[in-house]
Structures are given as structure tokens and as C-alpha cells.
Design a binder for this molecule. Structure first.
Ligand code: APR
Length: 237
């Protein structure tokens, strides 16, 4: 039996777990980022106001990781990209990840709801631009020329995630919601399953049951590089 009709649209939500096997750390696992640094020291607007150099250093290190030639999209990113191009009903891929692995896998219709490490933003003029280098408090904005306003184009705790209207519209019309590699600890993304539940089929693909695992119609637990390609193959039938 088909999981959903081929003309029904799909929303795929991804989190740090999909990039783990590409060599990037998750946040809340035992070896995760939040076991080593405190959120309130590096990932809030208050932290940036208090100690911008520290916040820049944290994101500079993470930005350097995604330019490491060993960090490449894995089989799960490629399977999601394939689905995004081939599913007749259309797919919206919403990622909480600030890495660029979905982009590099060639994913269509991708939304970075928590921003992107590979972009910088000027707080003074609002310009958003591709960025590969380290940032510092002295970095001048290429657009307005002023220094002191450049920040990573990432969403910090206490800030509004990006493209929420577009995401809401995709959730409203989807027939299938698939959550991949996310612990379900951070809202609003953690609330998407409850939003669509009852009118769309919901599937979780994660290494272990997430906090909201019981809200899904189906949960498949295993490594992303194994369970995601298998699930996409089953969907495409
Ligand atoms: N395959 C599949 N899932 C995995 C794998 C893997 N190889 N490795 C780990 N996981 C799972 C973990 O079991 C965990 O449930 O991925 C999930 C990662 O959860 P978090 O570390 O909490 O990451 P995420 O859900 O993306 O965090 C959400 O929190 O700090 C913020 O802004 C940050 O976007 C991030 C948000």
C-alpha cells in the first residue's frame, strides 16, 4: 500500500542528526555542542552584546568546519535531495541546520529556518551576504562600509526563526510530514508534528526516540545514512 498519494505534498524537517555522519556534532547528545559550551554564552543576542569576540570565535570555528574537505553531504542528504526533485506532489525541506550540506547535495525548495553559517548579516544596514571567512568586530560591511555591525546570519535563542509564513503554508497543505535527526527540544520546529497531526501522515526518522516521538504515526529508529535512503526508496515505490 502507498504511504500517501503521489500528488500529496511533503514537508521534511531536518536537524543536526542528519549531518552527524558527515562529521558535524549534534547539540544535545553526550558529545554534543551544548555539552561543551553554554547556550547563554554563545547563542543569544545578549551574549553577542556582552562578548561579541567570543560569539564570533564560536561561529568562526563552526564555519571553518563546513569548509573542511572531509565534511561532505552523506547518503541521507542525497536521498532527501533526490526526493525533493522527484516527488510528484512537491517537497519543502525545512532544516534547522546552519551547515550547507543540504545545499551541497542539491536540495530543491530548501528553507534554512535557523539561518546559515555560510552567510553574514550587517546589523547596521540589514544586508545579508554569502560569507566564508572569519568574522570579527572589526570586519567592515561590504555593503555599507561600517564596522561593528557584522554578525553570523544565524538565529539565536530569543530570536524569530526565518520564513515562518512559508513554512506554515507548506505545513497546512502537506499530506506527509517527515522529521529527520532532531531531538524535538526546540520550538517552533518541535511543534510542527502537533500542528499537522490528524490531517497529514507523520513519520519520525531518528537514531533514538525524540521527545515528541509518541506524536508520530510511525517512528523508525536508526542511523540517518541507513534509514533515510530506505524510507525514500519506500516512498518512491
Ligand atoms: N542519525 C540519525 N539521528 C541521529 C544521528 C544519526 N547518525 N546521530 C544523532 N542523531 C539524533 C539524536 O539522537 C538527537 O535526537 O539527532 C538528534 C539531534 O538532536 P539535537 O542535538 O538536539 O539537534 P537539533 O534537534 O537539530 O537541535 C535543534 O537546537 O541548539 C539548537 O539551533 C540549534 O538547530 C538547533 C536546534
Amino acid at each position: 500500500m502507498r504511504l500517501i498519494p503521489r500528488d500529496a505534498s511533503i514537508v521534511v524537517l531536518t536537524g543536526a542528526g542528519i549531518s552527524r555522519e558527515s562529521g558535524l556534532a549534534t547539540f544535545r547528545d553526550a558529545d554534543g555542542i551544548w555539552a561543551k559550551v553554554r547556550i547563554e554564552d554563545v547563542a543569544t543576542p545578549e551574549a553577542f552584546a556582552r562578548d561579541p569576540a567570543r560569539v564570533h570565535a564560536f561561529y568562526n570555528a563552526r564555519r571553518r568546519q563546513i569548509t573542511d574537505p572531509h565534511v561532505q553531504p552523506n547518503a541521507a542528504h542525497h536521498a532527501v535531495a533526490r526526493l525533493s526533485h522527484d516527488w510528484p506532489g512537491g517537497v519543502t525541506v525545512v532544516t534547522q541546520n546552519v551547515d550547507d550540506l543540504h545545499d551541497r547535495a542539491g536540495t530543491a525548495n530548501l528553507i534554512h529556518m535557523h539561518g546559515e553559517l555560510a552567510k553574514a548579516r550587517c546589523r547596521l544596514c540589514g544586508a545579508v551576504m554569502p560569507w566564508r571567512e572569519d568574522l570579527s568586530v572589526e570586519t567592515p560591511c561590504p555593503s555599507c562600509g561600517q564596522a561593528g555591525g557584522m554578525r553570523p546570519h544565524v538565529v539565536w535563542f530569543g530570536e524569530m526563526p526565518l520564513a515562518m509564513e512559508q513554512i506554515g503554508a507548506a505545513l497546512d497543505r502537506c499530506g506527509l510530514f517527515v522529521s529527520i535527526g532532531t531531538s524535538g527540544a526546540v520550538y517552533p520546529a518541535a511543534g510542527f508534528v502537533a500542528e499537522v497531526r490528524g490531517r497529514a501522515r507523520t513519520v519520525e526518522l531518528n537514531l533514538e526516540p525524540s521527545e515528541g516521538s509518541h506524536l508520530f504515526d510511525e517512528a523508525i529508529h536508526g542511523r540517518a545514512t541507513e534509514v533515510v535512503p530506505a524510507f525514500v526508496a519506500r516512498l518512491m515505490g
